[in-house]
Design a protein around this ligand. Structure first.
Ligand code: NAD
Length: 501
């Protein structure tokens, strides 16, 4: 059903709204009510080219704007975001469905990257060597790339773009952001906030669209880098196409995160955290725990404790102080409940059944309650596939070694956690496990902004993780300058290779 208040959204080009002209649109829904709340223009190739051209035109002046002036704008953006974070959280809940407190948490984690980027003058300092050769000095600088493309997924409408654009902009680049077409409004809100903060027109562009817009960004010679976050098949495509067109690409993909619980762990702590990490944001987090690996004879007790907590969760409209909201679309809800059907058919025990849960919401939202599956086998589709929904699968193993083998055999390597009171076992785990982000008694180990975020294996294509010093490195290029002044002994012509003396 379409709301009578449904809006028509625009792109954001050269510092102002730009109406869509392609004639192609998609619908944006409120997942808690099922209502269509907006119509979104999907860019044509020509519209994408115009957006990139505006960003390219803005680059020379922004690159040459002093670091202190750039940083002042970053600080103003931070202050405005602090003051108005609640508005952004409401927009996120209205299009993604996650509960308001979770949306506010997402904004806060994005804000941490803004704060990190406020330190850009320090982060961009190069190095210098005096008298490297007699009378010769050497120094290094890092310079911005130009127009950089960011392509983001539906599950973090604000935080994921903010992993990249504060760093890219502070370093002197101009940004074209292609948000997920399911959750487009946060990006437009952020564009207006940048304008209010005093960012020059064209430095931050929002281009809405689908594969047409993405393909333009991947192939345009005017786009110098791509930061992508989304599912693994698209991440692989983006990496291969972008690099084939001469760009540097960081493409973060899907995940299947395991939480290993050793027999000596505090089982109440483990149960609390398994519920938080399995069902927070309805499991639509790339760092959600999807598989709980119970080691030894604790499984029965642990499953009982998790079930008790999962049954107590309230699922409903994210604006009603519920614990868990809906899935993002009807298709996503149907796909996830289809996985639960398949798991049951293949022999898993459905301990808590979200398909029969009741929900605190009006209308026909896309709800599925928390679901706990036990006795999950590694050949079942609930285990092999990324489900991206509120389904926690318990896999039982006999030993620590079997648990690590399971994690390492998985094609994904985004996040993992171990719950134990044995420091030696935890140390061994962090050393042996083939995953990018590890939690020890921490179920969702998302690194702080001053570290870098990224997985291994099919969870990341490219060499560079997001934000932190790796982010600064990604959005800048190195230059080394070798200088000689005041050399009275003009050496004359010498075709030999320069040597040091
Ligand atoms: P998605 O891959 O469907 O879409 C991501 C982006 O790519 C969107 O902007 C979309 O418009 C675009 N896109 C989709 N299909 C495309 C195609 N065929 N060609 C070109 N562009 C295309 O992902 P999603 O469903 O929006 O997000 C969920 C996925 O993102 C999950 O797999 C999740 O694990 C992953 N994710 C990963 C991380 C991480 O840090 N590794 C973080 C968040 C989400």
């Amino acid at each position: 059903m379409t709301s009578t208040l449904a809006k028509t959204l625009t792109h954001w080009v050269a510092g102002r709204p730009a109406e869509g002209t392609s004639g192609r649109t998609s619908e944006v829904t409120d997942p808690a009510t099922g209502e269509v709340t907006a119509h979104l223009p999907l860019a044509s190739d020509a519209e994408a080219a115009a957006a990139v051209a505006a960003a390219k035109a803005a680059f020379p002046a922004w690159r040459d704007t002093s670091l202190s002036r750039r940083t002042q704008i970053l600080f103003r953006f931070r202050e405005l975001l602090n003051a108005r974070a609640g508005e952004l959280a409401e927009l996120i809940t209205a299009e993604h469905g996650k509960v308001l407190s979770d949306a506010a948490g997402e904004v806060a984690r994005g804000q941490e990257v803004v704060e990190f980027a406020c330190g850009m003058p320090h982060l961009l300092k190069g190095s210098a060597t005096e008298n490297a050769s007699t009378g010769v000095d050497v120094h290094s600088v890092r310079q911005p790339l130009g127009v950089v493309g960011i392509i983001s997924p539906f599950n973090f409408p604000a935080m994921v773009p903010m992993w990249f654009f504060p760093v890219a902009i502070a370093a002197g680049n101009t940004v074209v952001l292609k948000p997920s077409e399911k959750v487009p409004s946060a990006a437009l809100w952020l564009a207006e906030l940048w304008r209010e903060a005093g960012l020059p027109d064209g430095v931050f562009t929002v281009l809405h669209g689908d594969k047409v817009a993405v393909d333009h960004l991947l192939t345009s010679p005017d786009v110098k880098s791509i930061s992508f976050v989304g599912s693994t098949p698209v991440a692989r495509y983006v990496y291969e196409t972008g690099t084939a067109h001469g760009k540097r690409v960081q493409a973060l993909g899907g995940a299947k995160n395991h939480m290993v619980v050793l027999p000596d762990a505090d089982l109440d702590l483990a149960a609390d955290q398994a519920v938080n990490a399995g069902f927070g944001s309805a499991g639509e987090r790339c760092m959600a725990i999807s598989a709980l690996v119970a080691v030894g004879d604790i499984a029965d007790t642990l499953v009982e404790k998790i079930a008790e907590r999962a049954r107590a969760l309230r699922t409903g409209d994210g604006r009603r102080s519920c614990d868990m909201g809906p899935l993002v679309t009807k298709a996503a809800r149907d796909r996830v409940s289809g996985y639960v059907d398949a798991g049951e058919r293949e022999g898993a025990t459905v301990v808590v059944d979200g398909r029969t849960a009741s929900f605190d919401a009006d209308g026909s939202g896309f709800f599925l309650g928390p679901t706990l599956l036990d006795h999950v086998g590694t050949g079942m589709s609930v285990y092999t596939d990324e489900i991206f929904g509120p389904v926690l699968s318990v896999v039982r193993v006999d030993s620590y070694e079997a648990a690590v083998d399971l994690v390492n055999a998985n094609p994904y390597g985004n996040g993992t956690a171990i719950f134990t009171n044995d420091g030696g076992a935890a140390r061994r785990f962090q050393n042996e496990v083939e995953v990018g982000m590890i939690g020890v008694n921490v179920p969702v180990p998302v690194p702080m902004a001053y570290y870098s975020f990224g997985g291994w294996k099919s969870s990341l294509f490219g060499d560079t993780h997001a934000h932190g010093t790796e982010g600064v490195h990604f959005f800048t290029r190195g230059k080394v300058v070798t200088t000689r002044w005041l050399d009275p002994s003009h050496a004359g012509v010498d075709l030999g290779f320069p040597t040091n003396g």
